[in-house]
Design a protein around this ligand. Structure first.
Ligand code: TYD
Length: 209
């Protein structure tokens, strides 16, 4: 049995809206299912990755919340249930978990995007006590590429709601977080076709296979 098969990994996918997280998490999930069986991999996302969470997701994406801490508390409440009900039990079965967005999104969006204090948001996250990811794939794309991809979606995206400067700050946040934890983060150039970007991700995780 290889090391990859023997241990379950918790991998998160992060980046600004339109960076291609869903496509890449989907491709990795497909690959791992083919290789090890579909029961050996779970592909999930935040906000709203657990049964009963649709009202929280709806509230968070509606853009109708005025107080920035309301957002933090709701994202964290969603994560507490997601971690307790889905992520942690799945890892205990020996399956790998691929999750789009997690604590780094809360730091990048609510601290750099909204302007909340880093230390305070980190304290709130640590109060929750959920498990941290083993590896985080950070997909880097230009604002132009992200904008093009995100505006092809049906619902109004963050660019329309918050504007480009907001996402530029979020991107700065991700860079800071990555520079602080270089072992956990894997930075991937997300500018090419899905297949080429996936090859980059695959190569960077190969040591675990
Ligand atoms: P979503 O429709 O899931 O899009 P994406 O594919 O970009 O993840 O939107 C989730 C939005 O919520 C996205 O703009 C990032 C934001 N978000 C936060 O601001 N803080 C968080 O903690 C999380 C998990 C997401």
């Amino acid at each position: 049995m290889t090391e990859w098969q023997a241990i379950s990994l918790f991998i998160t996918f992060e980046g600004i809206d339109g960076c291609g997280k869903s496509t890449q998490a989907g491709l990795l999930s497909e690959y791992l299912s083919r290789q090890y069986g579909s029961e050996k991999v779970l592909w999930t996302r935040e906000p709203g990755g657990w049964p009963g969470s649709s009202c929280l997701r709806e509230m968070l994406l509606s853009g109708e919340l005025d107080h920035p801490w309301t957002e933090v508390f709701l994202f964290l409440a969603d994560r507490c249930e997601h971690a307790k009900k889905i992520i942690e039990p799945t890892l205990l079965t020996g399956a790998h978990v691929l999750c789009e967005r997690y604590d780094d999104s809360t730091l990048a969006y609510q601290v750099w995007g909204r302007g909340l204090d880093l230390g305070k948001v980190e304290s709130a996250i640590s109060l929750c006590g959920h498990r941290s990811p083993d590896k985080t794939i950070l997909l880097e794309v230009s604002m132009e590429t992200a904008l093009k991809r995100a505006s092809a979606r049906s619902r109004p995206d963050r660019y329309e709601k918050e504007g480009k400067p907001f996402l530029e700050r979020v991107r700065e946040g991700y860079r800071f977080l990555q520079s602080r934890e270089k072992d956990r983060f894997i930075v991937i150039d997300g500018e090419s076709s899905p297949e080429v970007v996936f090859k980059r991700i695959f190569d960077s995780l190969e040591e675990f296979f």
